[in-house]
Design a protein around this ligand. Structure first.
Ligand code: HDD
Length: 694
């Protein structure tokens, strides 16, 4: 589908402006003669108030910022489209979920939650996963996260939770981090957080890429079909590239080396035509099954194990166009869980119900008034007609005398539409009860699914979780809070609590752990789809490389959709044995191994000596090894690996077992390169974790 067939892009085209080749003007369209000097009385004299060009330019600049989002302030957006594989007409009347011929334009914004707009991408945090579908029937927003559960059960606690995780009030420290007293105080005092904390302590909170994380609608929603029948539904996004995480040490270093790591990765992938794809999955339940589980389906701290309620894949989202302007699109996009289309409805999940208030309210502050739906990125492609008028920044010029219903002067237009013809009708759920500030007892079990998560992890993932707890609690000053956290997690799993306690000098309570209800293999990332496509490799070389070998390698990497960057001592051109010049993209100064998925060291005695002359080269390789990445070295390149302590010698037979590939220069053939690519597809060689570290 090109932009011409994409109704949202056709609409946005009317607002897109290119300044190239145009004259400089004021906002009134007046051409400006001079943009370098303010108007003065003589060259060294006072500036004159009359200088309307200066005043306009400065005023606009002074007002460039808007309040950042109170949560999810740091985010990154992209355009895409959704295609449906099979009709869901049996469950919903939503057109974009029933008509397989429709391609629905959409806009996605991925985000972190706690950090400010300028914080780093790779912090330990939940990732927002918000999708705005511009459907023929109006905008539908699926405002989810990359984790299927949430910290709290009732929206009234959201401000408390966010206050606890945000930087502490006296000094606004720490930025974009949950490793501090108020967060863990909240966790220890509000045990409903236990399940979500398990996810946040896992690799799920450190995505390798926005393109390699799942998305979840989190709440239980309703699908309503033509007959008015309701089914419960949970929405999932499954990335085609699999679900993969960074490691903690790496994320902290990336935060300094490239704070834009995740957004740069998404931007580059789209620019290169490696369009990220996510399949839409649904878990569907009959209304009659509402009470057939040992958890309450209205409780947002619970998931539906995929082994019990399978995820049915029904469509695919492809992200295929970057923004033209970050502010106009990504910053001004306004999501709301309450933006619905006929065929989708809410449940009484008390977290969801509260969200329905918060999202419009927050846009009013952020975007300055009730006309934010008119901002181009927020405009539906469906026509908008109602009797709402005026307000700050109104764009629409409503014609006609009437702006009220019912009217006779305009023949009662705009006219309400019967549900049978597409008018939205709320699901007529029968509700009966007393007003009460309380929570259902069925929300009381805070530990079984946290325990299920723990017991569904591989040993490697378990040790990452333990390390995460030890790090986070290690930053907590209050010993009482640390102990209370251990006491809480003693109720999740005894071995978990013992291991956390050992790392922080606390005492685990014994014999209180909840039994996991079930083991859910789907929760582990270890079995996720594996591919080397779209990964990034550092090819290290110096003078005297074999041109044909390098070209062959680069060709094969490109064929596998892998991006390679040449890294050398400097970015000055490097000469091969036959005199060919290669211009490295990066030097040992500008590059860092944490920014790559794998390293390949090219042979050649002189080049390797050059690399070895800078200690950064061995550090590069050693760090890649410590982060479990694939490493290859050819001929003299192996000397670099030996210096880094990654292999014992050029005959080291154990190397391959751990994703380190070495070969004589003449054996660095196609098969060797393919083995390298295959090893990259493993994502990481976690078994190194079980080996003594170098
Ligand atoms: Fe929220 C933003 C996701 C609970 C109140 N939320 C926001 C965004 C995402 C989520 C992805 C960023 C949207 C964007 O990119 O612009 N929020 C969630 C999920 C939740 C959740 C998956 C639980 C299942 N949120 C939640 C609650 C409340 C809010 C309980 C309040 C009652 N969320 C907001 C907000 C934000 C927001 C304050 C800030 C910026 C915005 O809305 O547009 O209204």
């Amino acid at each position: 589908m090109n932009d011409k067939e994409n109704l949202k892009h056709e609409q946005l085209d009317a607002y897109r402006v290119m300044d190239k080749g145009e004259a400089l003007t004021t906002n009134q369209g007046l051409r400006v003669e001079d943009d370098e000097h303010s108007l003065k009385v003589s060259p060294r004299g006072p500036t004159i108030m009359e200088d309307f060009h200066f005043r306009e330019k400065m005023t606009h600049f002074d007002h460039e910022r808007i309040p950042e989002r109170v949560v999810h302030a740091r985010g990154f957006g992209a355009h895409g489209e959704f295609e449906l594989y099979e009709s869901l007409a049996a469950y919903t009347k939503a057109k974009f979920l029933t008509d397989t011929s429709i391609r629905t334009p959409l806009f996605v914004r991925f985000s972190t939650v706690a950090g400010s707009r300028g914080s780093s991408d790779t912090v330990r945090d939940v990732r927002g996963f918000a999708v705005k579908f511009y459907t023929e029937e109006g905008n539908y927003d699926l405002v989810g996260n990359n984790m299927p559960v949430f910290f709290i059960q009732d929206a009234v606690k959201f401000p408390d939770f966010i206050h606890a995780v945000k930087p502490e009030p006296p000094n606004e420290i720490p930025q974009a981090s949950s490793a501090h007293d108020t967060f863990w105080d909240f966790v220890s005092m509000n045990t409903e957080t236990a399940h979500m904390i398990m996810w946040v302590m896992s690799g799920r909170a450190l995505p390798r890429s926005f393109r390699m994380m799942e998305g979840f609608g989190v709440h239980t929603f309703r699908l309503i079909n033509e007959e008015g029948k309701s089914h419960f539904v949970k929405f999932h996004w499954k990335p085609k590239l699999g679900v993969h995480s960074l490691v903690w040490d790496e994320t902290q270093k990336i935060a300094g080396k490239d704070p834009d790591f995740n957004r740069r990765d998404l931007w580059n992938a789209i620019e290169q035509g490696n369009y990220p794809e996510f399949e839409l999955g649904v878990q569907i339940l009959n209304e009659e099954d509402e009470f057939n589980f040992d958890f309450d389906i209205l409780d947002a701290t619970k998931l539906w194990p995929e082994e019990i309620v399978p995820v049915r894949i029904v469509g695919k989202m492809t992200l295929n166009r970057n923004t033209d302007n970050f502010f106009a699109e990504t910053e001004q996009v306004a999501f709301h869980v309450g933006h619905l289309v006929p065929g989708i409805d809410f449940t009484n999940d008390p977290l969801l119900q509260g969200r329905l208030f918060s999202y419009t309210d927050t846009q009013l502050l952020r975007l300055g008034g009730p006309n934010f739906p008119e901002i181009p990125i927020n405009r539906p492609i469906a026509p908008v007609h109602n009797n709402q008028r005026d307000g700050m920044h109104r764009m629409t010029i409503n014609q006609g005398q009437t702006s009220y219903h019912k009217n006779s002067l305009a023949n009662n237009h705009p006219t309400p539409v019967p549900a049978t013809e597409g008018g939205y009708r709320h699901y007529e759920e029968k509700v009966d009860g007393r007003k009460i500030k309380a929570r259902s007892n069925s929300f009381d079990d805070h530990f079984s699914q946290a325990s299920m998560f723990w017991h569904s992890m591989s040993p490697i993932e378990q040790s990452q979780i333990v390390d995460a707890f030890r790090f986070e609690l290690g930053k907590v000053m209050s010993k009482e809070i640390r102990q209370r956290v251990v006491d809480v997690f003693s109720q999740v799993a005894e071995d978990l609590a013992v291991r956390i306690a050992e790392g922080i000098g606390a005492t685990p309570a014994r014999g209180v752990a909840a039994a996991p209800t079930v083991i859910s293999p789907a929760l582990s990332m270890m079995t996720s789809a594996k591919t080397a496509a779209t990964r990034k490799v550092a090819v290290m070389l110096g003078t005297g490389f074999h041109t044909a070998k390098v070209q062959e390698l680069l060709k094969e990497l490109t064929a596998s959709k892998i991006t390679a960057e040449i890294v050398s001592n400097t970015i000055a051109p490097v000469k091969g044995v036959d005199g060919t010049l290669i211009e490295p993209q990066q030097s040992l100064l500008t590059a860092a191994s944490v920014l790559y998925d794998a390293v390949y060291v090219i042979g050649g005695a002189q080049g390797v000596n050059e690399l070895l002359s800078d200690v950064a080269s061995t550090g590069f390789v050693r760090e890649a090894f410590q982060h479990y990445k694939t490493i290859a070295a050819v001929g003299d390149g192996v000397r670099l690996l030996i210096s880094a302590g990654v292999v014992q010698n050029a005959q080291d037979k154990n190397a391959l077992l751990h994703g380190v590939l070495i070969a004589e220069e003449q054996n660095a053939d196609k098969i060797f390169n393919q083995s390298f690519i295959h090893a990259i597809a493993q994502h990481r060689h976690w078994d190194r974790m079980l080996q003594p570290q170098i």
